[in-house]
Design a protein around this ligand. Structure first.
Ligand SMILES: NC(=O)c1ccc[n+]([C@@H]2O[C@H](COP(=O)([O-])OP(=O)(O)OC[C@H]3O[C@@H](n4cnc5c(N)ncnc54)[C@H](OP(=O)(O)O)[C@@H]3O)[C@@H](O)[C@H]2O)c1
Length: 312
């Protein structure tokens, strides 16, 4: 099978599309013929840090068809259309086939394309767990999505609207129209205006990207408001881990998210996609041979939604 192999650290130049041995599913694993995958910050950030995944192949988000089943796989059968986040089982999505424990995959509705299904797993589940589990989002709340333009951001805007929030987004000029189309009530272009100038106090701040001092986020919270730091600059994430607890005073809270792959959450989100309530935003499409280019593009940090790898 063809796979994009990464066995030397540091740069997308070392990603090489070549023939490797097709794996065999064991136990509760199934072999998935991957049709589409998507790129996440987790892929390029790990690559930049020189981390080589267990199977020497990046790619967490996949959508495809079950081609073989392991001896003790009972949930899935050959031909099932599935999708999921395989980062916890060693990545391996930038490849024609991957062996995956069947319990981490969800069934793809036939009306949802493989591209759209591949766009969902890591980004949408992260957005959902941040706002629902850490942020305790409620209808009618004022929610800020800081860094709304990328994968997690574009799902955050739509899910916050689904939960009935009034949504303000912060993004650059090129993403203004896109976030409006996704339903944002207010859009702040960070190249022209600082969100502090809005004077709004938010019940929930989703810090998806960028790098703002934590006291700024705390100042912009309403009484009992919550800031959930999802990503952005390493310093923003590190400071939240170190000082988030100490800064959570007077009813306001700042929390860090560590999202976990969840089939239940995948099923929740794909139903919204099926019903047209959430629409994956696809910025660019590449083929498997162009994966290094796709990683390079995402690594620039300004994708508008998701970047897809069409595998087969
Ligand atoms: N905590 C977790 O469990 C978890 C899980 C998944 C991802 N993450 C993190 O979440 C973050 C987003 O992931 P992603 O996959 O959505 O990445 P992505 O698709 O690469 O995000 C790119 C977006 O970030 C925006 N951006 C870049 N610099 C910005 C700035 N200074 N201010 C505001 N927006 C800015 C860009 O919009 P503009 O072009 O408009 O600037 C672009 O649309 C990453 O840091 C990732 O590591 C965390």
């Amino acid at each position: 099978m063809k796979a994009v192999v990464y066995d030397r650290g540091g740069s997308p130049d070392f990603l090489e599309c070549r023939e490797v041995e097709k794996p065999t599913p064991r136990g509760n694993q199934v072999l998935v013929r991957i049709i589409a995958a998507s790129v996440n910050a987790a892929d390029y950030r790990s690559m930049r840090m020189g981390i080589i995944p267990k199977r020497k192949i990046f790619g967490a988000d996949i959508a495809g068809r079950v081609a073989e089943v392991g001896a003790s796989a009972i949930k899935l059968k050959i031909g099932d259309e599935v999708f999921g986040d395989i980062s916890d089982s060693g990545f391996g999505g930038f490849s024609e086939y991957a062996t995956v424990p069947e319990n981490i995959l969800a069934l793809k509705p036939s009306s949802v394309s493989f591209e759209n299904a591949a766009a969902v797993p890591m980004a949408a589940v992260t957005a959902l767990q941040a706002m629902r589990d850490q942020g305790n989002i409620q209808a009618g709340q004022k929610v800020l999505v800081y860094g709304a333009g990328g994968g997690v951001g574009s799902f955050s805007v739509q899910l916050a609207k689904y939960f009935g929030a009034e949504v303000t987004t912060v993004c650059s000029s090129r993403n203004v129209d896109m976030v409006r189309l996704l339903g944002a009530d207010h859009v702040i272009d960070y190249t022209k205006q600082d969100f502090i100038a809005s004077g709004t106090q938010f019940d929930l701040i989703m810090a998806v990207n960028g790098n703002r001092p934590l006291p700024v986020y705390m100042r912009m919270l309403a009484p009992r408001g919550i800031t959930v730091v999802i990503g952005g600059a390493l310093s923003q994430v590190t400071k939240t881990i170190l000082f988030g607890g100490l800064m959570s005073i007077g009813g306001k809270k700042i929390r860090i998210l560590a999202a976990k792959p969840s089939t239940k959450d995948l099923e929740f989100i794909i139903k919204l996609v099926e019903e047209g309530k959430v629409k994956p935003v696809i910025d660019r499409r590449y083929n498997l041979q162009q994966t290094a280019e796709a990683m390079q593009y995402l690594g620039q940090g300004h994708a508008c939604g998701k970047v897809i790898i069409n595998v087969g």
